[in-house]
Ligand binder design. Sequence first.
Ligand code: CMP
Length: 140
Amino acid sequence: MATERTLSIIKPDATRRNLTGRINACFEEAGLRIVAQKRLLLTEANAREFYAVHKDRPFYRDLVAFMISGPVVVQVLEGEDAVARNREVMGATDPRKAAPGTLRAQFAENIEANSVHGSDSPENAASEIAFFFAGYEIVG
Ligand code: CMP
């Protein structure tokens, strides 16, 4: 197994309910180390660009509106197989399909307001991390 980094976003539905600390505790209990973190408001341009891969999907417009509706916490998680490990911790995109105990099963409100985002591959992790962080902001 390799030490990897992945991008995580704690979404507006979760920051609104003051869940950042509980979600971070789940990452740490799963062996993921938070090596960079900042809370910010995405601009519409940021959100459109970050989710550009979904631009032709019917949910794109609503997704962008949701992601700019409140603060997000963007973070870099580091650990063994961090991309896959984080996806296990998050659970399925749709909380109705998420395994018990996963973040989305515990906290998500619905498929859009699903509390967390995580990169889906090491390649996407690298580009998503670079979208939000300069190298000097990541301290392993
Ligand atoms: P995320 O992992 O951030 O990646 C894209 C997001 O689109 C996803 O989580 C969901 O929050 C959101 N989304 C909204 N509707 C859908 C849908 N029908 N299928 C997949 N993702 C959706």
